[in-house]
Ligand binder design. Structure first.
Ligand SMILES: NC(=O)c1ccc[n+]([C@@H]2O[C@H](COP(=O)([O-])OP(=O)(O)OC[C@H]3O[C@@H](n4cnc5c(N)ncnc54)[C@H](OP(=O)(O)O)[C@@H]3O)[C@@H](O)[C@H]2O)c1
Length: 279
């Protein structure tokens, strides 16, 4: 198949492209490195020339914090919505949207709401669609993984509420396998939460990273959420990812039932210890 991947230069996009290439598919890459900026692709007609001879579209563009040039509204909603409408017009049979766990009815952050807005557009269209909602994705090359690893190496960990937030990371190989399966699955019009086999607390996740580097567990200094939130109004200028919205998302936790994914794949997704040994 000829598969168009947006965000093909990113962590998830690169892994998907590699897996699809090794399965014999050909790839059309859409990102700024290949001269395509979502800020200029907010109209259906801008997408149509890019969809000639394309069989499947996978959208992997996303940001975790906004800047003046990069807004959630355009990157997560308006450009993908234009792409999805263009897919209907171009007769594309399948569209796979990489959304995010939490982009649901309970969403409160701008990040999740903008993702959900695009997911809703896709779900309303008459084509084969898959909305994949990953939890935290780990594997080689992930930016957030690199950041968490740096954090985990600190001898003392000052963490919001002691790091008791529940997360359920998924290994990148389980994500790419799911995407591969979506290409041929009889099921379509499917929203699927992509999570690992088990959930764990954020602090246990960090201590596991230390363990993998033969470091003893770090001392934890719990910082109350209200204090972290107050400080973030200043510290977000130095560390944009630690903005109030992202802190609220972390506090809410990021976990889901792994059974629907296991049923779709035909096996359970990897648990953290197995996944950890694979990169
Ligand atoms: N990683 C995770 O743990 C995780 C978890 C849940 C959901 N997700 C979602 O999965 C998707 C991919 O995440 P990721 O970790 O692969 O992110 P990433 O490594 O930061 O990649 C983002 C991609 O978006 C592209 N992009 C950014 N701005 C663009 C623009 N204006 N026009 C065109 N392309 C643009 C980037 O390419 P250029 O910069 O080269 O243009 C890059 O290819 C995102 O939607 C993210 O929200 C990720």
């Amino acid at each position: 198949m000829n598969i168009l991947i947006t965000g093909a230069s990113g962590f998830i996009g690169q892994h998907i492209a590699k897996r699809l290439l090794s399965a014999g598919h050909s790839i059309v890459s859409i990102d700024r490195r290949h001269g395509h900026d979502f800020n200029q692709l907010t109209a259906k007609k801008a997408w149509l020339p890019l969809l000639i001879n394309v069989d499947v579209v996978i959208n992997c563009v996303g940001i975790i914090t906004e800047t003046r040039q990069q807004s959630f509204s355009v990157l997560h909603h308006r450009a993908p919505a234009a792409l999805f409408h263009a897919c209907v017009e171009a007769g594309i049979k399948r569209v796979i949207q990489i959304s995010a766990l939490g982009a649901d009815e309970q969403a409160i952050s701008h990040y999740h709401l903008s993702k959900k807005a695009a997911d809703d557009v896709l779900r309303s269209l008459n084509l084969g669609w898959f909305v994949l909602r990953p939890s935290l994705v780990y594997g080689s090359g992930g930016k957030s993984m690199a950041m968490f690893k740096r954090l985990a190496r600190l001898p003392v960990l000052p963490l919001m509420d002691g790091g008791n937030q529940i997360i359920q990371p998924i290994h990148i190989n389980d994500l790419t396998e799911t995407v591969l399966k979506c290409l041929t699955s009889d099921q379509s019009k499917l929203t699927l939460d992509l999570v690992g086999a088990y959930s764990l607390s954020f602090i246990d996740w960090l201590q596991l990273m230390r363990n993998a580097e033969n470091k003893s567990p770090a001392r934890v200094i719990p910082i109350p959420f209200s204090l972290v939130l107050g400080l973030s109004r200043f510290t977000q200028h130095i560390l944009p990812i630690a903005n109030p919205d992202n802190l609220r998302m972390l506090r809410k936790g990021n976990f889901a039932d792994a059974k629907p994914l296991a049923d779709f794949l035909g096996h359970a997704p990897m648990d953290i210890k197995t996944g950890w040994s694979q990169f």
